[in-house]
Design a protein around this ligand. Structure first.
Ligand code: NAD
Length: 478
């Protein structure tokens, strides 16, 4: 797509948004229903495109992690749309009565969305649902690393929407950079922290407000009083969903000193329960590209070379041979999970977001050490705590700051429709989902309507005794 073509699509959306700043609820609902139909009718074809992009990625994984979340968001949005669009009355202080006031929720105009490859449907369309519900036009630039999915979305959206309502721009970083440099009314970027910085700088030139959904190292903590077996299963699930290529995957784990070996046994059993084998297992996703796989292998090798012990998981005995027919080199990119004991801060494994099926396990003696470590590093997108002692849980919640938290499980806070989802600091800013998403893409315009009985004129010049009397009265009323 040429820079001129991108600019002219933006111009068309911008013109349309300025020509119709007030988008009736019925128009928004009809657009959402079109998107819902698109998803309902084409979910299998979209899931097949995702699978083609990954090599190995179960359509059932796409069903639970992409479509299910979109369906729940869509259902909630359609249910609440009317209420969310209504002006919100606010109380008026005594000194301004009998004026009335409300917040009028209006569309921002044109919302840009730049999305990543790991959940290529959900992370492209969840912000779009929020933006469309709020009455905006949407320009979406999905990831170049999932070209089949991006092309499918572009095709389906072009058939269901006018280009000045919603359109998909395909292309690589250069197209994304151009989108980030457009004078959008809002830009949602989901991706790495490094690219997020560039996006924030580009958007700042136009004073475009941004929502940055970034990555980072999300810690998990196991308390001394904890069902280790249950925690190991939930951590294995959270870590290995999509082979660890999940922004909110538990990145590394703190366990009480002395329990590393027991945890490792439980983790190995949990992995065997979820994925009895890896190569050729349709439930276990491929690493997205050979380059990403090579990076993960490097992390592991470096850690090993620097003294860490790597427990690579192997297929259970008697598991089937990998099927002959492969989807590209997908099977070659199904990286076996590994636990890493003895990882240190000098290793890249403990410096970079892992984004793969490797779990460093760090023993701790005192909770203070865990909290100090977390607070000495960039604020994480998520934090997970496992245990039975509410007082310890509350201490961790109070003493750490993260984008979100799930206690005694992993990932689930993203699926709660009434919890805003987003990061803080290096893991991003701004949150969406549910009503928070609707508000993120709306302008809440404060409106005050003066009453004919309003006494404001009593404070007009010329200042004198009347002014002093009224001001004295107001001061006593405060
Ligand atoms: P990425 O930052 O490499 O790419 C994301 C998008 O940015 C792509 O569409 C890409 O084309 C675009 N892009 C590249 N250069 C750009 C530029 N100069 N200006 C504007 N856009 C540009 O990220 P990725 O590898 O696709 O995704 C993995 C990362 O995303 C991980 O760090 C992960 O934690 C994070 N992530 C965060 C969330 C979240 O909700 N917080 C969700 C998923 C992934």
């Amino acid at each position: 797509m040429t820079p001129d073509a991108i600019r002219s699509l933006f111009d068309a959306q911008h013109r349309a948004s300025r020509a119709q700043p007030d988008v009736p609820v019925a128009v928004r609902r009809e657009r959402l229903l079109r998107l819902r139909t698109l998803l309902q009718e084409h979910a299998p074809a979209i899931a097949a495109a995702v699978q083609a992009d990954f090599g190995m990625r179960s359509p059932r994984l796409t069903e639970v992690a992409d479509f299910f979340l979109l369906r729940t968001q869509m259902a909630q949005t359609l249910r609440r749309l009317e209420r969310w669009c209504r002006p919100q009355r606010v109380g008026t202080p005594l000194y301004l009565r009998p004026a009335r006031a409300w917040l009028q929720r209006q569309p921002l105009g044109v919302v840009g969305i730049i999305s990543p490859w790991n959940y290529p449907v959900q992370l492209a369309l969840a912000p779009a649902i929020g933006a469309i519900a709020a009455g905006n036009r949407v320009l979406l630039k999905p990831s170049e690393l999932t070209p089949h999915t991006s092309a499918k979305l572009a095709d389906l959206v072009a058939k269901a929407f006018a280009p000045d309502e919603f359109c998909v721009l395909q292309g690589g970083p250069e197209v994304a950079a151009q989108v980030a440099a457009l004078p959008l009314d809002h830009l949602v970027f989901t991706g790495s922290t490094a690219v997020g910085r560039k996006v924030a700088l580009a958007a700042a030139a136009n004073l475009t407000p941004t929502t940055l959904e970034l990555g980072g190292k999300s810690p998990a903590i196991i308390d001394a009083d904890c069902d280790l077996k249950d925690a190991a299963l939930k951590l294995a699930h959270g870590k290995l969903l999509n082979a660890g290529q999940t922004c909110i995957a538990p990145d590394y784990l703190f366990v009480p000193k002395g329990s590393e070996a027991t945890f490792a046994d439980h983790y190995r059993a949990a992995v065997a329960q979820l994925f009895p084998y890896f190569a050729g297992n349709p439930d276990y996703a491929s690493i997205i590209t050979p380059r990403h796989l090579a990076r993960l292998r490097d992390l592991l090798q470096e850690a090993q070379g620097m003294g860490a012990t790597v427990h690579e998981m192997t297929a259970a005995p008697g598991t089937p041979e990998p099927p002959q027919q492969t989807l590209g080199d997908g099977i070659a990119r199904q990286m076996p999970p590994a636990l890493v004991l003895g990882a240190t801060g000098q290793m890249r494994l403990m410096q970079e977001e892992i984004f793969g099926p490797l779990l460093p396990v760090i023993p701790y003696e005192a909770l203070d050490d865990v909290v100090r470590h977390i607070n000495a590093h960039p604020r994480p997108l998520s934090l997970y705590w496992f245990g039975n002692r509410a007082a310890v849980r509350d201490e961790v919640l109070a003493r750490t700051v993260s984008g979100g938290v799930t206690v005694n499980d992993t990932l689930l806070h993203i699926a709660h429709e009434n919890l805003p989802f987003g990061g803080i600091g290096d893991s991003g800013w701004g949150a969406y989902h549910g009503e928070r998403g609707f508000l993120r893409f709306s302008h809440e315009k404060p409106v005050l309507v003066q009453s004919r009985w309003g006494a404001g004129k009593m404070l007009y010049p010329p200042y004198g005794a009347r002014f002093d009397r009224v001001m004295g009265l107001l001061r006593r009323l405060m």
